[in-house]
Ligand binder design. Structure first.
Ligand SMILES: Nc1ncnc2c1ncn2[C@@H]1O[C@H](COP(=O)(O)OP(=O)(O)OP(=O)(O)O)[C@@H](O)[C@H]1O
Ligand SMILES: [Mg+2]
Length: 286
């Protein structure tokens, strides 16, 4: 396994798509030596990565490589067996309950699949985080929900239920809910999976706008290569729970690591030999 790029590369990035000159940005997210198990099975193996403030990090990797698990660990939802996660300088699994609650206000999350409540309208869905974390009156909450829906081009749809929306609209609504509290940290799981390329590109645009206009630090998990290279300041490539490489998009494109190239060129790679072995066994040749 190749070592992740040193932190110096994070703090003095070159070629960030925003064109922003980032002299020495603080790290907004730091994951160190993270090990995570499900039912005794190790699904993250000493994962190390970091995101500088105001950057977009894309986590790429095949299905089952551990992307969502890494995100859940970052969010404080899945306690790792070892290692640490720091968000905005706070150690998520060591800090007090009050600090964690305060951190939660600073994180916007859009899960794989949207996770909007089907019985509520879009406006009501967006008002949920406001009800949980603020004491605003309902009419102010409703106004804020409407403004955020407008920001993702869903103005006028506030009284519709999720089932009445297209896939792309659900993704945008989930993004609107994630940003309703203007959080400094935004996490997005599979933001463009299953969408047509135009809608996917529109959501990418939105993510870039959130980074550039609001300075959000954003972690996006995706399989979609085009999206990843469009929005990322840094790409972290996961394979079977291990980080193969975490670096600038250009360095990932030019990676000398065969498994990284397999992934970005969509070559079957080692899965091909697994498949061949399986077919061989079926034929009784193995
Ligand atoms: N709640 C769970 N209980 C047990 N095992 C789990 C659980 N969630 C994930 N896993 C296992 O952990 C591994 C990583 O899963 P994870 O969901 O993180 O992958 P992923 O990279 O997000 O995949 P995908 O691209 O399909 O969403 C898989 O082997 C999966 O079976
Ligand atoms: Mg996943």
């Amino acid at each position: 396994m190749a070592s992740p790029a040193p932190d110096a590369a994070i703090q003095s990035p070159t070629g960030a798509p925003s064109g922003a000159t980032v002299a020495a940005r603080p790290l907004a997210i730091e994951v160190r030596n993270l090990v995570c198990h499900y039912d005794g099975r190790e699904v993250l193996k000493k994962v190390d990565c970091a995101v500088a403030s105001g950057e977009v990090m894309v986590v790429m990797g095949g299905s089952g490589s551990g992307k969502t698990t890494l995100l859940r660990c970052m969010l404080g939802l899945k306690r790792p067996s070892a290692g640490s996660v720091r968000l905005l300088g706070e150690d998520v699994y060591v800090c007090s309950g009050a600090t964690l609650q305060d951190l939660r206000k600073k994180m916007g999350v859009a899960f794989q699949g949207g996770a909007l409540l089907s019985s509520l309208t879009l406006a009501e869905n967006l008002m949920l985080p406001l009800e949980e974390h603020t004491r605003l009156d309902r009419s102010t909450m409703r106004t804020m929900a409407r403004m955020k829906l407008e920001a993702v081009d869903l103005g006028g749809y506030e009284d519709l239920k999720p089932a009445e929306l297209s896939g792309g609209m659900v993704k945008r609504a989930a993004l609107a809910r994630a940003i309703v509290l203007d959080p400094p940290l935004l996490f997005f799981d599979e933001h463009s999976a299953g969408l047509d390329p135009v809608v996917a590109a529109e959501i990418d645009e939105l993510i870039i706008r959130l980074r550039d206009a609001l300075g959000m630090t954003i972690v996006v998990v995706t399989h979609e290569l085009a999206s990843a290279f469009r929005i990322a300041d840094r790409i972290t490539v996961l394979d079977r729970g291990e980080i193969l490489q975490s670096d600038r998009p250009q360095a990932i494109r030019e990676s000398a690591i065969t498994r990284v190239q397999d992934l970005i060129q969509r070559r079957p790679g080692r899965n091909r030999s697994d498949t061949d072995a399986y077919l061989g066994r079926l034929r009784g040749n193995d």
